[in-house]
Design a protein around this ligand. Sequence first.
Ligand SMILES: *Cc1c(COP(=O)(O)O)cnc(C)c1O
Length: 430
Amino acid sequence: MTGLPWFDYRDGVLHAEGVNLHAIAEAVGTPAYVYSSDALTRQYRSLADAFAGIDCLIAYAMKANSNLSVLRHFGSLGAGADVVSGGELQLAMKAGIPPGKIIFAGVGKTRAEMMLGLKAGNTGIAQFNVESEAELQVLSEVASSLGVKAPVAIRINPDVDAKTHKKITTGKAENKFGISYRRASEVYALAAGLPGIEVVGVHVHIGSQLTDLAPYEDTFIRLAELVTALRAAGHNIRRVDLGGGLGIRYDDETAPDPQLYAAMVRKHILPLGIAVALEPGRFLVGNAGLLLTRVEYVKQAEEKTFLILDSGMNDLIRPAMYEAFHRIVPVKAPENGAELAPVDIVGPICETGDTFAEGRPMPPVVAGDLLAILSAGAYSSAMASTYNARPLAPEVLVHGDRFAIVRRRPSIDEMTALETMPGWFSEAQG
Ligand SMILES: *Cc1c(COP(=O)(O)O)cnc(C)c1O
């Protein structure tokens, strides 16, 4: 009924693999994120298998979900990590991802972050993806100060339209990301002349939640031409980093087939005789997670029925931020032939944007029922906040018939542990 083999109904109750979601709600309360290990493995393997025989680093874009156990799981499957901050770099290392499999991306790396990357595990990380000439200069200075060379791929903006939501399109000329492919040879020449830089590759990343592979093909064709031209100019380009962006099914989209994606790489990129890096985020985790939540109230307004949940936009901001669709299903399977009626499904937060779905056809639901908001493995817990002084929801990892609380819910004392009162509050009044 969910279309996801790892989240399915057994004896009329939604399970995560072998675990009844009622048992998880009882153990950790709601809201809570629930992740399936099996789903993580299957998604990773589907991509790794498609690239079998290719020298390929799958660097998990950990901004999608940076829970240490999720990282550790991917690390044990052989994944590297694509990090976008010094914090993520430290988390990746903490989870045991070897620095030699870490790629550092992002438009605004600070000197301190560069330093962390250059020093990681003594040998430094695999690659810095550089987004501007100014950043190249600074990275060269920082590396030179340590007496090393930073391995660099320059992010090229191929000016293709990924045809995805405007807030997650990154490969068009007007976006802030990368360097125009028309200026690439100039910028590579600059990089080659800098003492602290070793050019190793070319990077592209055109957007997120791509369900159509055509923009990738356009990108790969441009990229192959560019690599050929850069090599002719004397640059030793050893790796192309193809970025992330592979979409998943949230509603009725068809997720791209990794085999077809890999076939495009074989066709356009492999003739270059070059190593490949991939940076999938959402594809690996998006459908491996759900947000388990309870209906607090069913509110009958004049024109509408509202289901008011105990989870809100602070737990899952995608609907508010990207107008994203998430399927929402009851944990207890509806009766056969139950009639669907449209409801608005909202959170408790004082914002009109705190809405998960409007006019969504749902079977009858009463206060106290558990619901599962599906496809909440990516950009959900990772983007969560404590807005309205709501604690971050706990995270649970399921493995077969077992589950583990991999991040617990903080207490109010833990939530305020970093705050101190200024001394003058306790000085004598007068
Ligand atoms: C966000 C991002 C990714 C991952 O994107 P997904 O759509 O989650 O696969 C990969 N690379 C870079 C540079 C990114 O910014």
